[in-house]
Design a protein around this ligand. Structure first.
Ligand SMILES: *Cc1c(COP(=O)(O)O)cnc(C)c1O
Length: 424
């Protein structure tokens, strides 16, 4: 494969963009390919190489790269009418109505511009509503590039996981292993009166994929109820990806107090949202006094793309299609792994999938530490490039989920399986 133009572009990028990229996961080694355009379930790079795309923008592109006519028309019309106004528009009401209609725990929303902004707003709201400062997050959970959740450590012994974050943020954040009900009970026994919220992904999607064991979310729900804390589901990846229209919370039968969305609900444009009971969401200014604001929030082009994407998905059986592809792919991968690398774990659900290079005797990961123990260097330095060489674009490290889209076909699944067979 020729990568001459990508190399030249990276050379230029290194002079003007930190590490040549605008999001750290994109800095693949030795240098990333630069994308020219999308094409259904594929991307084409600057040198004309075509890749089967399982990154899908790191999650947002439920439909793949080709916008269905209804989405394209809505986006083009909105953009041509002037991009944004600083005043409300009908389309943001329509997208909110759509989400409220389908996600049982959500009565009301506030749109923002990214998943990070959504979790920042949710944490502020939970702290204000409860009058408490501490939050609980899962080790290996990801809630965006924000001060309160970029922590490492165990229980109350936490420290910022990035320079530039004051210790005082980490002091307010408690951590526990995903799927560890005893750890949750212990944290609440010791700190229950101070815990504003438990913030968790329903499925670890940025460090895994790790699915919840039976009873885990129920335990969190009960502990929050008993202690007057809020349960916040970060459905930035799983929202309208897992569980179809009802999202992961519907699939698991859990009603969180607050839910954060982003990725899929913007149809490929920058978006985020916090949803929940009206009584909670109305705490945001100006109805309440919890400050929240955003110049681009509810951007008409984004709202139109999100609304038409979700409508299209609902009317065209998109979740049935992508979930069936996911099952077929995971089953095929199970066979290949059993044959060629029996220690490895095939993980995922619905249209999310990954092969984790777990070690001999390790089994399927149940929490972030299990994923961390797997062979991350082998995955990143040998496996990822071997797949790229075969024209398959995977997420850049062992931790991030990969995705199928409505643009993928049975034939793409076969191609993927052949590539895994070759590279594993
Ligand atoms: C992607 C992601 C975020 C961050 O969203 P951004 O739009 O990148 O800020 C937060 N939480 C989860 C679960 C995510 O997957």
């Amino acid at each position: 494969m020729n990568h001459e133009r990508s190399r030249d572009l990276y050379d230029r990028a290194l002079s003007v963009l930190s590490a040549g990229v605008n999001s750290s996961v994109r800095a693949t080694r030795p240098y990333p390919f630069f994308v020219e355009r999308g094409d259904g379930g594929h991307v084409v790079d600057a040198d004309g190489n075509r890749y089967l795309d399982c990154v899908m923008g790191y999650g947002p592109l439920l439909l793949g790269h080709d916008m269905p006519e209804s989405v394209r028309a809505a986006v083009q019309q909105r953009a041509s009418e002037g991009p944004m106004y600083g005043a409300p528009t009908e389309v943001e009401v329509e997208l909110a109505e759509f989400v409220v209609r389908h996600v049982p725990s959500v009565e009301m929303l506030r749109f923002v511009n990214s998943g990070t902004e959504a979790t920042v707003s949710a944490v502020r709201l939970a702290r204000a509503y409860t009058g408490r400062d501490k939050i609980v997050v899962m080790q290996g959970g990801y809630h965006g590039a924000q001060e309160s959740t970029l922590v490492e450590g165990d229980g109350a012994h936490t420290a910022p996981s990035s320079p530039g974050i004051p210790e005082s943020f980490a002091e307010q954040t408690l951590t526990m292993p995903f799927n560890d009900q005893e750890a949750a009970q212990e944290l609440f026994e010791e700190h229950g009166d101070d815990i504003a919220a438990v913030l968790t992904e329903p499925i670890l999607g940025n460090y895994g994929i790790v699915e919840p064991v039976d009873g885990f979310h129920e335990t969190l729900r009960d502990l929050c109820d008993e202690n007057g804390s809020l349960l916040v589901f970060d459905e930035v990846i799983t929202g309208f990806r897992v569980g179809g229209l009802q999202c992961a919370q519907g699939k698991f039968g859990i009603e969180p107090d607050l839910t954060t969305f982003a990725k899929v609900i913007g149809g490929g444009f920058p978006v985020g949202a916090v949803g929940g009971r009206s009584e909670l969401i109305e705490q945001f200014t100006p109805a309440g006094d919890v400050f929240q604001s955003g110049t681009f929030s509810g951007h008409p082009v984004t709202m139109a793309a999100g609304l038409e994407t979700l409508r299209h998905a609902a009317e065209n059986g998109v979740w049935d299609h992508v979930d069936a592809l996911g099952d077929r792919l995971r089953n095929g991968l199970e066979d290949i792994v059993a044959d060629q690398a029996p220690a490895y774990s095939v993980v995922g659900t619905d249209s999310m999938f990954k092969v984790i290079f777990t070690r001999e005797g390790q089994g399927v990961p149940r929490n972030g530490a299990d994923v961390k123990r797997a062979e991350t260097e082998r995955w990143e330095r040998l496996f990822w490039p071997a797949m790229e060489e075969q024209g398959v674009f995977l997420t850049a490290n062992q931790f991030e989920s990969q995705f199928l889209s409505a643009s993928h076909t049975d034939e793409d699944v076969e191609t993927l399986l052949e590539a895994y067979k070759e590279a594993l």
